[in-house]
Design a protein around this ligand. Structure first.
Ligand SMILES: [Zn+2]
Length: 144
């Protein structure tokens, strides 16, 4: 009895997997859409860029790229910001692979980025303080 029940449940789950795979390969939920267009249009180079594989394009992997085609030259910080909602976070495949190799998880890379931003902010503010203390006289008079 038990053996029969088990074999039934196994075959049922195999069928489930097959259904999911079929749906995946027919491309359900993977087509041109307004949100994808809007994301790509936010690139400051959108008007002039001819790169067929845009890191801000969720369909990047189905675009046709020929030898000699332009590559995206947007800097990484901008791609990360504009591509935050994408599975590859606006990065090139090689960049993402290198990050995952080094940091292990995306979360630990993000906390590294946060730390970097926090440090650069504190450097900025100490610079601002230095500037403020040097030209106090001018500023004080201007604000009066
Ligand atoms: Zn581009």
């Amino acid at each position: 009895m038990q053996t029969t029940n088990n074999s039934i449940s196994v075959s049922a789950s195999i069928d489930d997997t097959r259904t999911t795979k079929t749906n995946g390969s027919t491309g359900v939920g993977r087509r041109e859409n307004a949100a994808n267009d809007r994301r790509m249009e936010q690139c400051p180079r959108f008007q002039t860029c001819e790169a067929p594989c845009c890191p801000l394009d969720e369909l990047w992997d189905v675009r046709v790229k020929l030898p000699g085609d332009e590559a995206c030259s947007l800097r990484k910080a901008d791609r990360l910001r504009l591509g935050a909602d994408l599975p590859k976070h606006g990065l090139f495949q090689g960049e993402l692979a290198a990050i995952m190799r080094f940091y292990g998880t995306w979360e630990s890379y993000e906390s590294h980025l946060d730390e970097k931003r926090r440090r650069s902010r504190s450097t900025d503010s100490s610079d601002a303080q230095k500037r403020a203390s040097t030209d106090t006289s001018g500023d004080a008079r201007a604000s009066l």
